[in-house]
Design a protein around this ligand. Sequence first.
Ligand SMILES: Nc1nc2c(ncn2[C@@H]2O[C@H](COP(=O)(O)OP(=O)(O)OP(=O)(O)O)[C@@H](O)[C@H]2O)c(=O)[nH]1
Ligand SMILES: [Mg+2]
Length: 251
Amino acid sequence: MSTAQHSSDHGSGFCTQADSRPAPKTARADNLARDEYWFPPAACVLSRLVQKAHVLTMSRGSNQAATFHHCFKIVACGSFNTGKTVFFQQFAENKYTENEGPTIGVNFHLKCVTLDDQIVKLQLWDTAGHERHYNTAKTYIKTADGVILMYDITCPDSLTDVERIWHKLYTRNCSPDVPVILVGSRCDLVAKRKVSFDEAHQLAKRLKIEHHMEASAKTGTNVEEAFITLVAEILHKDKSLTAGGAEDGPK
Ligand SMILES: Nc1nc2c(ncn2[C@@H]2O[C@H](COP(=O)(O)OP(=O)(O)OP(=O)(O)O)[C@@H](O)[C@H]2O)c(=O)[nH]1
Ligand SMILES: [Mg+2]
């Protein structure tokens, strides 16, 4: 799905209001004064909760206020057809598309999660995996607060590409304290598996990628868990954030 399609899908009532307001002083983990930003309310709370994390889906066009304490930008990279777009769709919209076409440029979603009583707004950027879109991915990863590197457990080349292309993109453009997670897609396709968990795990260890999971956008397995793991790591690493900090304003 193209960026344009996503923009229209989400509608101006969904994100324009917030996006037109002043950006946080830093891209990373600013404590925003409560009530400074207004958002539509949580429309539903997903039944599967990861530890204390509640994942909230924002509804469109509501005038009711909601607030957030932190705003993080999460960027996904990985070779084409690894499942980045459907992975993000599953997390952000709770839906799965069997025949998703290649992404042109980037797709964008907004999602709120709460972790340890902190409401975190996530800006989710799903980049295109084809090499001709490499520079687009580079542009987006530069300001990421957290990065998802994706491979496909049925395609060994996609794991090779993580080391050959995508991890290099990350190390060359992100500060070392930007959390990263390696996600193997299509874990529902057991009979088609060509990359073992251990093989990918060894790569993750060698590249010093702290977190590695296998997930399925089709069944939802580990989708939420991957995002929450990454967000928890971002919060953990951000020394400037403290509980209740939002009410005190930016630190
Ligand atoms: N069974 C299964 N199929 C998946 C899974 N993830 C992706 N697919 C399939 O792979 C197709 C392509 O997935 P996309 O999300 O478009 O892949 P992408 O990484 O965004 O590809 P580019 O945009 O070209 O970089 C989907 O339409 C599904 O048919 C999964 O977890 N399980
Ligand atoms: Mg895509």
